[in-house]
Design a protein around this ligand. Sequence first.
Ligand code: UTP
Length: 249
Amino acid sequence: MTAIIPAAGKGTRFLPATRVIPKEMLPIGAKPAIHCIVEEAIAAGVDDVVVIISEEKEIIRRYFEGDPELASRIRFVYQKEQKGLGHAVLQAAGDVKGPVLILLGDALVSGPNPSVEMVAVSKANGGASVIGMEQVPQEKVSRYGIIAVEGSVPTAGGSARIVDLVEKPSVEDAPSNLAIAGRYLLDGEIFALLSTQQPGHGGEIQLTDAIRRLLERKPVYGYVYPGKRQDIGNPAGYFTALEAFNGNC
Ligand code: UTP
């Protein structure tokens, strides 16, 4: 299995620090966040890792070159224009066959290793795709991509088959309080779908839009983290992440 870590985004929510420091390089204790994410993927059985960067974010490549053992498992692919998460993932298409584990470079998950758990959920369901989910307060559902599931809504540590994805629903219309949260284990068909994906929200090629099409063809499950997703892409989220990991990822 191959992992893709998209880390080519502009990081505007964390300016001015991100003028020179990629958010993915912010330290959680002594390690940059992206180092923690690479270790998470390797613990889940990933053989090689593709990190998507831009020319402005070469420092990420230089960081891993300082660790030859890790570097031997990592390839760097450049996203020349920041056209969205789906577009970033698509840049790795030529390098990846079969299922792919996508870990957002600005998202950590405290608690049990989410990638390990998602691989187990996939195996238990005949190799199906699995999306990591977090429970969000009902009154905040309209900020997230929310899923609708078959049967009852799973609780922490549980999983269920996804029947629909609803982008930023109103509180009344939300089919659950489970939000898409930074980790995806997807069937290799996602690349074909991304290659024909039209720009969506914000004029960007959205991974969520391609997953909605994948749902029509293949089973996709949602796995609910027992822990919490930490978004280090903004100062408040980074502060909370430091507290959650207690200085050590
Ligand atoms: P975000 O939407 O959080 O990243 O993407 P962003 O665009 O950098 O953030 P803001 O809104 O400007 O602050 C989640 C992950 O996907 C990567 C980002 O680097 C981040 O790790 N990404 C996003 C790309 O690699 N390319 C893109 O075009 C967009």
